[in-house]
Design a protein around this ligand. Structure first.
Ligand code: URP
Ligand code: ZN
Ligand code: ZN
Ligand code: ZN
Length: 500
């Protein structure tokens, strides 16, 4: 009987974001103890043969909403099925969102979400916090969350008017507070007022189906909000992270801002890289509705390839999924009115394969860039690096043994998620996880899961991530505006009649 707490991965190619090398990896008690050749290991160590395979840092999904209650119902993938599916796909950490209702305490919402997730998670996780309203208590709670709870990222919504949306002056205040406490500001960038007006217009025209969801919020609605968020963040010298970049227009805004030196990161998601919004026009309502999410997938079929190009060349930085799954009967809440279709799609299980297929197999990026955009950059931005996102001595033993040649067709019939469809149905993917190791334990091997609910841990994150804040801090020092030194004006001043 071999000891599960000691594993030697032998004969594989270890791939990090900066280089690849033929090396063995020795894991003990959840930590990578050595990377190299001819490693001396204790008797009883389990040996896993990785010949002809790649050994990658486990994927980090930057954006999930497990069991989120939203638009009148609750997402079917909970922290257990969601993280099980994650590890089956080669992802070993998720970052989920706490979303308090307007007027509710952020700290209480955080505690509730921890209590929900902790007993169920099958891999490590961390939490972003949404700021859905604004006053001084929110500002103070943000600081407590950073100092005491390990949260260093806050998401502000520019959409979902009257539900989660903040106005510009509130965004300004929230971004300023993020900068003060060393957090990164995240935005859901869509113009909520324009969406509300556009939705009314579509319904008045008799457009009630899923196509109305895209038509009421075309690309420029996303691009305008993206530009506005970047402008506001720059005004307070706050680093910005644009979640779910879904359109070419919004991606161009992010790319331009980066080229102009802004500290901004764009996150495309598996859905946007792997499929498109033409499905909203499908004759089968259930099929069309299963793709409804915000911002929507775009009907321009060149969008996924374009987003992948930008991801390959570092205009976009990192990938999530926005996994927020509602089964068809839940989507049917909006059968007569697209504004009532619960927004959200799957992705947590298939992200790694979709990006390998559309990014690496297609020749747009190499294996190292794959690691950067599926794991390392997330670890750097959210201050988890090099504990996560790297295969090196001392890092957490979260790894995937990847077979770049194996193929599978994605299907709801075989996936591990609770949702009853898959937006990537039928997609043939090269590149598969063969073994997933989480916290030093094999949790997935050759199609079989060995997960245990509650085995994952909450991973707290400290503020002022260097990858994000080095430039911000230096700009703060050298970029302070200063007044011109001049003699006081002593000339004549007109007199103005007092206000009556
Ligand atoms: O459609 C989406 N994206 N659902 C989840 C909530 C959000 O905006 O991220
Ligand atoms: Zn969002
Ligand atoms: Zn379709
Ligand atoms: Zn989301």
């Amino acid at each position: 009987m071999t000891t599960q707490s000691r594993i030697l991965i032998k004969g594989g190619k270890v791939v990090n974001e900066d280089f690849s090398e033929m090396a063995d990896v020795f894991i003990e008690d959840g930590v990578i103890r050595a990377v190299g050749s001819d490693l001396q290991v204790a008797a009883g160590t389990r040996v896993i043969d990785a010949t002809d395979r790649l050994v990658l840092p486990g994927g980090i999904d930057t954006h999930s909403h497990m069991e989120l209650s939203f638009m009148g119902t609750t997402a079917v993938d909970d922290f257990q099925t969601g993280t099980k599916a994650a590890v089956a796909g080669g992802t070993t950490m998720i970052l989920d969102f706490v979303i308090p209702q307007k007027g509710c305490s952020l700290l209480e919402a955080y505690e509730r979400w921890r209590a929900t997730a902790d007993p169920k998670v099958c891999c490590d996780y961390s939490l972003h916090m949404a700021v859905t309203w604004w006053d001084d208590t929110v500002k103070k709670e943000m600081e407590s969350l950073v100092r005491e709870k390990g949260v260093n990222s806050f998401k502000m919504f520019m959409a979902y008017k009257d539900v989660f949306m903040l106005r510009d002056h509130e965004l300004y205040a929230a971004f300023a507070q993020c900068k003060e406490i060393g957090a990164i500001a995240q935005v859901h960038a869509e113009n909520g007022d324009l969406i509300a007006e556009g939705a009314k217009r579509m319904l008045s025209l008799g457009i009630t189906g899923p196509e109305g969801h895209e038509m009421c919020r075309p690309e420029e609605v996303e691009a305008e909000a993206t530009q506005r968020a970047i402008t506001i963040a720059h005004a307070v010298n706050c680093p910005l992270y644009v979640v779910h970049v879904m359109s070419k227009s919004a991606a161009k805004v992010v790319a331009n801002a980066r080229r102009n030196g802004r500290v901004v990161f764009g996150e495309p998601i598996a859905a946007g890289l792997g499929t498109d919004g033409t499905h909203y026009w499908h004759k089968d309502w259930a099929h069309a509705a299963s793709f409804v999410m915000g911002p929507p997938l775009r009907p321009d079929p060149s969008t996924p390839g374009y987003l992948m190009d930008l991801l390959a060349n570092d205009d976009l930085s990192v990938t999530g999924t926005d996994n927020c799954t509602f089964s068809v009967c839940q989507k049917a809440l909006g059968k007569d009115d697209f504004t009532k279709i619960p927004n959200g799609v799957n992705g947590v299980e298939d992200r790694m394969s979709v990006i390998w297929e559309k990014g690496v197999h297609s020749g747009k990026m190499d294996e190292n860039r794959f690691v950067a955009v599926t794991s390392t950059n997330a670890a750097k931005i959210f201050n988890l690096y090099p504990r996560k996102g790297r295969i090196a001595k001392g890092s957490d033993a979260d790894l995937v043994i990847w077979d770049p040649k194996a193929t599978r067709a994605i299907s709801a019939k075989t996936h591990h998620q609770a949702v009853d469809y898959n937006i990537f149905e039928g997609m043939l993917c090269h590149g598969l996880p063969v073994v997933t190791i989480s916290r030093g334990k094999v949790v997935y091997e050759n199609g079989q899961l060995f997960t245990k609910p509650g085995a994952g841990r909450y991973i707290p994150r400290t503020p002022f991530a260097e990858f994000v804040y080095k430039r911000i801090n230096q700009r703060e020092k050298v970029g302070m505006p200063s007044a011109v030194c001049r003699e006081p004006y002593t000339g004549e001043i007109i007199s103005v009649a007092p206000n009556r």
